[in-house]
Design a protein around this ligand. Structure first.
Ligand code: CMC
Length: 430
């Protein structure tokens, strides 16, 4: 805690209260307002939590003005270049990069948890053939709380570990089952001789009728995308997991809540919306009319994949994905005209005073869909892919929250503007 204090003075009584100022390792200081209501009887008002630190965390740091993202202090660029998704999972969960044996042990644990209970698999038969994969995945993950009763003592650190291993290992299997349901193919069981991303490609695309050759370029691209999706501090879905988890609910339910929050187009659902938008634009000559619509306050349309609550600079994840998109397409021998449209759109928007003044830059979702598309993953599955990558971040935050002695049930207050008081009127007199 810094010695600095904020003086809050009640304008009516003139009486003041000293609010302590807390300092993190890096980033802005935080005014601790916990005593404000008890001492002064006032709340703070911050819809969307733009000025509110909801918790203390040691996991991820973002400097939105500089375009910096670090997991446990390591810049995401270094992790993207040198690390692997499994190593990043270990780092996020445990706070340190693993030693060789620790990494091997972790990979083995995740690999041996990839299968799901056959009854879970049968749940998919209950979904309509055109159900959105995110609806199926959120529902099925929620249902996992009905299966793993043996390890849901959230106060037991070992149970928390086992939960994290299970959900990280099983989400690709559930995602693949959702995909197979949408295309009407038989479910493909996981192969534990494959690495995390190769196994995912196998479960998505292998069919019993023929041999499926896993393309290592595709598996590597997935691994990199998952590193970039792995965590992003107190974003909407992570805050949802924390808020739901603060009631001490079953962790699978908290993650299902996070998946549901991720689905919205303002959050992770933006990757699907970006591809739909690029498909609508189709040719570069139509870009100006979409940019004009995005600027028109009477039109609800926004440039999807643009803008961010925290980044007022280029999203570092978008920068990495943008440069890898070219490489991946080239290595896969694919040419996607939507990439040209996306690049031209970015160029036009970044020169437009509306986007410049509002500091609206491409975010993580702007280019990721083009890579997923090149890997054969359909547009409706894009947010599910984001969820697979983000699951470890949700787990790390949930674990941190449960272990934090300062955690209390999340319970915001409000500025009430409804009727003050009225007497009940009998129905015949209304
Ligand atoms: N296109 C056009 N105008 C925009 C856009 C956009 N994509 N994003 C923000 N603005 C404008 C907005 O109209 C507002 O203008 P004004 O000040 O004149 O009212 C101003 O910029 C600030 O926007 P905001 O909605 O108050 O900002 P926010 O921090 O509440 O919202 C956002 C952030 C990401 C929801 C928003 O930028 C957006 O809707 N972007 C498109 C959806 C998207 O790409 N979402 C993915 C976010 S990154 C990944 C993730 O979170 O999962």
């Amino acid at each position: 805690m810094s010695s600095k204090k904020y003086l809050f003075t009640d304008p009516e009584t003139g009486k003041s209260v000293d609010l302590p100022v807390l300092s993190g390792t890096v980033g802005p200081e935080v005014v601790d307002i916990r005593a404000l209501y008890a001492e002064k009887g006032v709340f703070t008002y911050d819809p969307g939590f733009g000025s509110t630190a909801s918790c203390e965390s040691k996991i991820t740091y973002i400097d939105g003005d500089q375009g910096v993202l670090m997991y446990r202090g390591y810049p995401v660029e270094q992790l993207a270049e040198k690390s692997s998704f499994m190593e990043v999972c270990y780092l996020l969960l445990h706070g340190e990069l693993p030693k060789k044996e620790q990494l091997e042990g972790f990979i083995k644990t995740i690999t041996t948890h990839t299968m799901i209970n056959e009854t879970i698999l049968r749940l998919f038969n209950g979904f309509h053939y055109d159900a959105h994969p995110m609806a199926m995945v959120a529902g099925v993950v929620g249902s996992m709380s009905a299966f793993y009763h043996d390890t849901t003592d959230i106060m037991n650190p070992r149970h928390r570990d086992i939960f994290a291993h299970r959900i990280i290992a099983k989400l690709p299997t559930i995602a693949a089952a959702a995909y197979k349901h949408t295309v009407g193919q038989p479910f493909t069981y996981p192969r534990n001789d494959l690495d995390y991303c190769s196994n995912m490609m196998h479960m998505f695309f292998a069919v019993p009728a023929e041999k499926y050759n896993i393309n290592p370029v595709a598996a590597q691209a997935l691994d990199l995308l998952f590193i970039l999706h792995a965590d992003h501090e107190q974003n909407c879905s992570t805050s949802t997991v924390r808020l739901a988890g603060s009631s001490q609910t079953n962790p699978y339910s908290a993650i299902a809540a996070g998946i549901s929050a991720l689905w919205g187009p303002a959050h992770g659902g933006a990757n699907e919306a970006v591809l739909q938008m690029l498909e609508q634009i189709r040719t570069a000559d139509k870009i100006p009319q979409f940019v004009a619509r995005a600027k028109d306050k009477k039109d609800n349309f926004r440039l999807m994949g643009f803008g961010h609550r925290v980044y007022k600079n280029y999203d570092p994840r978008a920068k990495i994905i943008r440069s890898m998109t070219h490489k991946v397409l080239e290595q896969l021998g694919k040419n996607d005209p939507l990439l040209d449209v996306a690049m031209r759109l970015e160029e036009i928007a970044l020169k437009d005073s509306y986007f410049v003044e509002k500091k609206l830059y491409p975010n993580v979702d702007f280019y990721s869909g083009i890579i997923y598309r090149a890997l054969g993953i359909p547009t409706s599955m894009l947010t599910v892919m984001f969820a697979i990558g983000r699951t470890v971040g949700w787990c790390a935050h949930w674990r941190e929250m449960i272990a934090d002695p300062e955690t209390r049930i999340g319970r915001p207050r409000q500025l009430y503007t409804g009727p003050a008081f009225r007497d009940y009127v009998a129905v015949e007199k209304r």
